[in-house]
Design a protein around this ligand. Structure first.
Ligand code: GLC
Length: 577
């Protein structure tokens, strides 16, 4: 497809699904790829490769976590020849590009990124550089990248390719791969780069029409000159295609966060969050921990509200089929997305800079869209810190809601029945420019949690703590750690209502710590609990807030195993007495 045709379809697609004032798009100087990325906000990731044939099982043993790593020595440790021989039996004849594109459209996604060559080195396209590819080495003999690219172009979706530029476990000279060729001759990474990586990226950027981006991954020890060369190669062949930050060495057109990461605070710049519909990226037969439609809606909204775009992965199985579980969850969540285009497409980040106790917020034009995950069944939705007077509040684009302002909080009177599945949207029209005080606040009717990164700390520090629960299943927290007897962690919190609040602490450690809580500098609580290495909420006790407004909660360790303690969050829950 010609660039101008692609541009037209992109613009038509986005104007059709976004409630932007007409004229804005026409003046847009961004490339179609930038528009899709920045305004589309939602993409499909596909991990499909020779690993998909094995479906997470090798010689009757199940390997948990990232199934696309099954060959690796940390997983089944499959010898190179044995692994490559699997290609002869790889026949994903049910791979249906049209069905996948339809699924992405039903989900509300705007482009698709598919693995064209993962770390195993197997090309899912008809490469002239090697015979280790889907056309030359399998009975299928179909270039699946060509099929998907054609279907995406025809249907107005963007298409881009994942390409593992450094790791190649089967090609001589590839990162973490064999260091000699079949004759025993040493092969350098440079030789691998020149003879496989560069020519294959050349193919991907010249044979499949206009592409959205190249999603490079795991640069490892690759030197800057190689990352730079790849960026220039993509630029030469596809001037508008984006390059992922995982090309390495600080290059790339946007940042990909850690796998499965949703930041707690808004992030500046162009960035993407990524997640999976199973536990791993490649399909695994015994991985049935599917992501629910509710998870999909909430994570999509949370990522957009933090200022990012979201890409959600599906892994086709050995026959090339997308699991009905994943497909059903995508379609179901997609119904929600199609019913609420204003909170996804062209939506801007939350003016609060973080989530709110009941959900989140995005901006569409001059309006604020409140997305309520946890509906207030008492009929009152409390909105903190909104300084601009509200003109009107509408539920789900229809019902007008009454509201009042109490102690600086907007209180919207809402129906007691939960209006929508997964999340309900209240649109606020304002009497002026959006002005919000994003300070953390305690809701008078429900639990409010305050991550450590919103606290000011003394004699300790906030550090990212990340760990996997299965291989590749990443969890993150920004935690206060490095405690000594003089450390303090202070949250400054706006309370709407005086009253009794239960205080709980989310922390992990080794041996117990005795914690003190000061309320407005005065000792309020002292408590002690057994603790484990896993983060868990521990009750610290009840406090009494005497007046509405700003109060400080200061946490300090008074004795015990401070050195190993990691504090993730504090939360307060009003207790009605
Ligand atoms: C990690 C995994 C890789 C996967 C990627 C997706 O880098 O190692 O297998 O493709 O995440 O983000």
């Amino acid at each position: 497809m010609k660039l101008n045709v692609l541009l037209l379809s992109v613009v038509v697609l986005l104007t059709a699904s976004c409630s932007q004032p007409s004229g804005t798009v026409a003046e847009d100087t961004r490339s179609p790829q930038e528009i899709l990325f920045e305004d589309g906000n939602y993409a499909m990731f596909i991990h499909f490769g020779l690993y998909s044939k094995l479906e997470g099982v090798w010689k009757d043993k199940v390997y948990y976590g990232n199934a696309e790593w099954i060959m690796n020595s940390g997983q089944a440790g499959i010898p190179i020849e044995e692994y490559m021989a699997e290609a002869a039996g790889f026949n994903p004849s049910e791979f249906d590009a049209d069905a996948i594109v339809q699924l992405a459209k039903d989900a509300g996604m705007k482009y698709i990124i598919i693995t064209s060559k993962h770390h195993e080195g197997f090309a899912m396209f008809d490469t002239k550089v090697s015979d280790f590819d889907i056309v030359d080495a399998t009975p299928l003999k179909r270039d699946l990248m060509a099929e998907l690219a054609e279907a995406c172009h025809r249907e107005g979706l963007g298409i881009g390719f994942y390409y593992s530029q450094f790791q190649d476990w089967t090609a001589p000279g590839g990162g973490r791969g064999p260091q000699t060729d079949a004759s025993g001759r040493p092969v350098s990474f440079d030789e691998y780069f020149r003879t496989k990586c560069v020519p294959q990226v050349e193919e991907l950027t010249t044979k499949y029409g206009d592409i959205q981006l190249i999603w490079f991954d795991t640069p490892g020890e690759m030197q800057r000159q190689y990352s730079q060369e790849l960026v220039e190669l993509v630029r030469k062949n596809q001037p508008h295609a984006l390059v992922s930050s995982r090309v390495g060495n600080g290059l790339g057109d946007y940042k990909t966060l850690g796998d499965m990461e949703v930041p707690v605070s808004n992030q500046e710049g162009r960035w993407e969050g990524i997640d999976v519909t199973q536990v791993g990226w490649g399909f695994s037969k015994y991985d049935n921990e599917w992501k629910s439609p509710e998870f999909i809606v909430h994570t999509l909204v949370s990522t957009i509200a933090r200022g990012g775009t979201w890409m959600l992965n599906v892994g086709p199985d050995s026959k090339g089929r997308v699991s009905e579980m994943a497909a059903a969850a995508l379609r179901k969540s997609g119904k929600w997305v199609h019913a609420h285009p204003q909170v996804v497409y062209s939506a801007g980040p939350s003016p609060w800079g973080h989530a709110l106790p009941w959900g989140d917020a995005v901006v569409q034009g001059d309006r604020i869209e409140l997305i309520v995950f946890d509906w207030p069944v008492n009929g009152k939705l409390w909105v903190p810190g909104l300084k601009t007077p509200v003109k009107s509040a509408r539920l789900e684009g229809k019902k007008k809601l009454s509201f009042s302002v109490e102690d600086g909080w907007l209180c919207i009177n809402v129906p007691k029945e939960v209006p929508g599945e997964y999340a309900s949207v209240i649109e606020l029209t304002l009497k002026g420019d959006i002005d919000v005080d994003g300070a953390i606040c305690a809701d008078p009717d429900r639990t409010s949690a305050f991550p450590a990164e919103f606290a000011s700390v003394k004699d300790c520090r906030i550090r990212k703590s990340s760990w996997t629960e299965k291989f590749g299943e990443w969890k993150f927290r920004n935690v206060a750690q490095g405690f000594t007897g003089s450390s303090t962690v202070t949250w400054t919190v706006g309370f709407q209502a005086p009253g009794i609040y239960n205080v709980e602490l989310d922390y992990a450690g080794a041996d117990p710590v005795e914690w003190k809580v000061l309320l407005d500098g005065k000792e309020a609580l002292i408590d002690w609990h057994k603790v484990t290495g896993a983060y868990a909420w521990q009750p610290l006790g009840w406090i009494r807030i005497e007046t509405p407004g700003t109060h400080t909660l200061t946490l300090l360790p008074s004795s015990g195993d401070m050195a190993n303690a990691k504090v993730s969050s504090i939360r307060v829950t009003p207790i009605a007495l």
